[in-house]
Design a protein around this ligand. Structure first.
Ligand SMILES: CC(C)(COP(=O)(O)OP(=O)(O)OC[C@H]1O[C@@H](n2cnc3c(N)ncnc32)[C@H](O)[C@@H]1OP(=O)(O)O)[C@@H](O)C(=O)NCCC(=O)NCCS
Length: 268
């Protein structure tokens, strides 16, 4: 196998998705690059305080078949993307300490976030204990729930003004006098119907100091179980330097799963 025998070709993808393949002589695919618009909501970038990539940035994923690695194919795929992409920057998500991270650093990507992913398994949750957390009084605040699809990634407050309907998102919030104080969202269905993804909780500055984050999170875990009994685990990610939030995950029964880093490459 020789990398000189590899051609990099653009292939047609779905609308908005661009793909490049590294083709070996006999037509076998040695590697693939896929570029797609970032779904800000799914990346948690809309949470207050989250580091955001440049507006219009695209998500890039690269994959080279193990037998073809360390022969410059990933670099050639990236060069093709850089040459043809008309976006301000590329964002790549890698496992901490993986070849993908070494590759990103070598190619001038800049780190924008380090995260710990945690998993909560319903089998480990004591229902009565969770119920007690949800039932704790928070004077002046009330819990509200919303379900539907977060189309176009609007903000939580806008979703709550929308009627609930069937959809993949479940949002639980604490309100006071019609003002949004805290919220947390779970999205079900992808990548697996059994595992939901949680974003948040976020607590607005003027409402900190009360455990509203814990309250809405416990209520979301309970609510999700009621309306999506097929879901048996919840994955979430947290900035590695947010020690308070990491401790809160553990309090609620989440367990560390893996660490990832998000890198961004600015294009000329
Ligand atoms: C990351 C990946 C695409 C790299 O593809 P590749 O064809 O092996 O990359 P290249 O040969 O072009 O490597 C370019 C440079 O990146 C760095 N690099 C790549 N893999 C590395 C590894 N395993 N360890 C250390 N450095 C590495 C090196 O500096 C390398 O240059 P060198 O070989 O001259 O030292 C490939 O390992 C892969 O498919 N991994 C699994 C999927 C993945 O993690 N994708 C990235 C996130 S979407």
């Amino acid at each position: 196998m020789s990398e000189a025998l590899i051609d990099i070709v653009a292939v047609s993808g779905h609308t908005g998705v661009s793909r490049w393949q590294a083709l070996a002589r006999r037509g076998s695919v040695a590697g693939v690059a896929t570029m797609r618009p970032i779904i800000l909501f799914r990346r948690g970038f809309l949470l207050p305080g989250a580091p955001a990539p440049r507006p219009g940035a695209a998500d890039l994923s690269l994959y080279v078949e193990p037998a073809w690695r360390r022969r410059g194919i990933g670099s050639r795929l990236l060069a093709a993307v850089r040459e043809q992409a008309v976006v301000p920057s590329l964002v790549i998500d890698v496992i901490t300490g993986s070849p993908g991270e070494a590759f990103s650093l070598r190619n001038g990507f800049r780190r924008i976030r380090s995260s710990r992913h945690d998993l909560l398994t319903y089998g480990d949750v004591h229902g009565a204990w969770l119920g007690e957390l949800v039932d704790v009084e928070h004077p002046g605040y009330r819990l509200v729930h919303w379900t539907g699809d977060p189309v176009g990634a609007p903000r939580a407050g806008e979703l709550l003004r929308d009627p609930s309907r069937p959809g993949s998102a479940v949002l639980t919030a604490a309100e006071t006098d019609g003002d949004l104080a805290a919220y947390v969202v779970a999205v079900v269905g992808a990548p697996s119907p059994r595992r939901a993804r949680q974003y948040g909780p976020a607590v607005f500055a003027e409402h900190r100091g009360r455990p509203l984050g814990r309250w809405v999170n416990a209520a979301l875990i309970q609510r999700l179980r009621e309306i999506h009994p097929e879901v048996n685990e919840i994955e979430t990610d947290t900035a590695e330097n947010d020690l308070a939030m990491l401790a809160e995950r553990e309090y609620l029964g989440f367990r560390p799963l893996r660490r990832t880093r998000l890198y961004e490459l600015t294009l000329p």
